[in-house]
Write a protein that binds this ligand. Structure first.
Ligand code: ARG
Length: 570
């Protein structure tokens, strides 16, 4: 059911205008009591070459003649605007019927049928700490994948681990110098070694050379160095996987950078064949000055490959293996140039599909006292954040609901949800200044607030003892739900499908999280102002209950998309 589309069709029929010119917007919420949609005629001035107010009157008159009174209850002209009011009863009836009929499938769509979309996200660097900055990629990538899945795409998630590169030379050097007596080598120990290396190398420049040599040895399959590389990989990876488990995040593939070591000769050959590779100070580069970009570095002076070289090889591999429709990379904004460069190189290599590579960047996560720096140990570890959030949730539960069963499980769900929601509630392009206070805040527009609303719907439904909503829907008086707040809820529910499409187009999770917040707030207003389980008035009770059922269903579906688990009590 798509009222907006119907409205556009009505207007189209009346004034014979191409659909793309008819832009109908929802009336801003504070004005919604009178009207629901508005057509602004300012945009039509160029076509009709008339005063916009005159256009509005003309459209109004034409539409009024063959007005479909079933949908439109009222239409009015105000200056250059034509305002429409939709028949609430009919609208609410349709949307609620649709939700009850389709249930878990309510939000599903098949626009993505037969199309494969790849998501490259999280992709932390091995032997470097997994910090709160990477969490942003991890969460945004996972939500985007879920959004595309709901839209019917075949989604594939890839963790492009940073498991190759000069940082290993440094770590191996540090380990050989200061770490080889340590028995319990864990991630914290590796982090400390990494920081120590940077500190010491500022004083002793020789260390950098040793690190380079160790990396070259590693590239040449030196058994000792390769052994250490494997050890560090295993330690990091098992630690990362713990965090992923906490977050409820899975990857279809872990294909790290090292996987491409034997696939880069092909890239070099192709680049040479196409005369794209040139020497510059002993290094090999692709000149991108025609595109107003600095050159893309392909080979170092010692012949070693680089991050872009591996990304080029990875993209070609992914295309061959998955034949993707789109390949989406989620990283911080400071990698914009890297992606623009290697996308361009692939295009110059003649790969038409390069236009289907998309970089989704997000603002940096900074600390209150400046930038995150793994080298200087200025970081907040992701796992620390998750643990603190869970502890915090537990404290609140003990204070507010000490008799709750499954306290630990509930605290985990609420704590993790608070982190996830917090990370996607603002536009991804905004920088974040990480503060513990904000990260652990449970009041106001937060994940726990949404979760609490969900619990409220669960408890009403439980108290009602109703289970058969398919039967209940047959006999509902939808007029009961034409009051302002019920109507607001119905409209928000209706808008979710559009919001999901919008968020997929903008590649922006906050379109959904914001709308969820609208729903939660509207529902709490509804709950505050109405008696739902009114045993003296079956008609009202049934209608309100069915609305609660729909809110519950849609909340659950949307929280699933955001990767947030739900609990029914808290
Ligand atoms: N490992 C990189 C980092 O931590 C992110 C990798 C993103 N994916 C890619 N294909 N380049 O910054």
């Amino acid at each position: 059911m798509d009222f907006k589309k119907k409205l556009v069709n009505i207007i189209k029929k009346a004034i014979d205008l191409e659909e793309r010119y008819i832009v109908i917007d929802p009336v801003p919420r504070n004005f919604m009591n009178d009207f629901d949609y508005v057509l602004s005629c300012f945009k039509l001035v160029k076509i009709f070459k008339k005063d916009p107010n005159e256009i509005a009157v003309e459209i109004y008159e034409k539409i009024s003649i063959d007005l479909d009174l079933k949908i439109l209850e009222k239409i009015e002209v105000f200056n250059a605007y034509v305002n429409f009011r939709i028949n609430r009863e009919l609208f609410t009836c349709k949307i609620i019927r649709e939700i009850v009929n389709k249930k878990e499938n309510f939000l599903k769509n098949n626009i993505g049928k037969n199309k494969v979309v790849l998501f490259d996200y999280s992709s932390p660097n091995i032997a470097k700490p997994f910090h709160v900055g990477h969490l942003r990629s991890t969460i945004i990538g996972n939500v985007l994948k879920n959004i595309f899945k709901v839209l019917g795409y075949k989604t594939i998630s890839i963790n492009h681990l940073g498991d190759w590169g000069t940082q290993f030379g440094k770590l191996i050097t540090a380990y050989k110098l200061w770490g080889n007596k340590e028995k319990d080598i864990n991630i914290n120990f590796l982090n400390k070694l990494y920081i120590k290396f940077h500190k010491e190398s500022e004083k002793n420049k020789e260390l950098n050379k040793t690190a380079r040599d160790n990396f070259i040895k590693m590239q040449n399959d030196d058994p000792e160095n390769i052994g250490l590389w494997k050890l560090f990989n295993n330690i990091s990876l098992s630690e990362f996987k713990k965090s992923y488990e906490n977050l409820g995040i899975n990857f279809d593939f872990y294909i790290g950078e090292s996987f491409f070591n034997d696939k880069m000769d092909f890239v070099i050959k192709e680049l040479n064949k196409k005369k794209l590779l040139i020497k510059s100070n002993d290094a090999s580069i692709v000149d991108l000055s025609d595109y107003k970009m600095s050159p893309c570095l392909i080979l170092k002076s010692d012949g070693g490959t680089l991050y872009p070289t591996r990304d080029i090889a990875a993209a070609i591999y992914r295309m061959n293996k998955f034949n993707f429709y789109k390949c989406i990379y989620v990283t911080a904004i400071d990698q914009n140039l890297h992606f623009a460069q290697f996308f361009k190189v692939l295009e110059l290599m003649g790969y038409k599909w390069a236009k289907n590579l998309i970089h989704v960047s997000y603002g940096l996560v900074n600390l209150e006292d400046g930038k995150i720096s793994t080298r200087h140990g200025k970081i907040i570890l992701m796992q620390d954040l998750l643990n603190q959030a869970i502890d915090n949730a537990k404290k609140i539960i003990l204070e507010k609901n000490p008799k709750l069963k499954n306290k630990d499980k509930t605290a985990e769900i609420i704590g993790i949800n608070s982190v996830i929601f917090n990370y996607i509630y603002n536009s991804r392009t905004k920088n974040i200044i990480f503060s513990w206070e904000r990260a652990l805040n449970f009041e106001g527009e937060t994940g726990p607030y949404v979760q609490y609303t969900f619990v409220r719907t669960c408890s009403i439904l439980k108290k009602s003892k109703l289970t058969d909503f398919d039967k209940l829907i047959k006999d509902i008086d939808f007029n009961v739900l034409s009051d302002n707040i019920s109507w607001k809820i119905a409209k928000i529910l209706y808008e979710f499908k559009e919001k999901i499409i919008e968020s997929s187009e903008k590649l922006e999770p906050c379109v959904i999280s914001r709308h969820i917040m609208n729903l939660a707030q509207a529902f709490n207003e509804f709950y505050r102002d109405n008696i739902i389980l009114d045993n003296n008035n079956k008609k009202t009770r049934d209608a309100r209950l069915i609305l609660v059922y729909c809110v519950n269903m849609v909340l659950k579906l949307c929280l699933d998309i955001l990767g947030m688990k739900t609990c029914e009590t808290m």
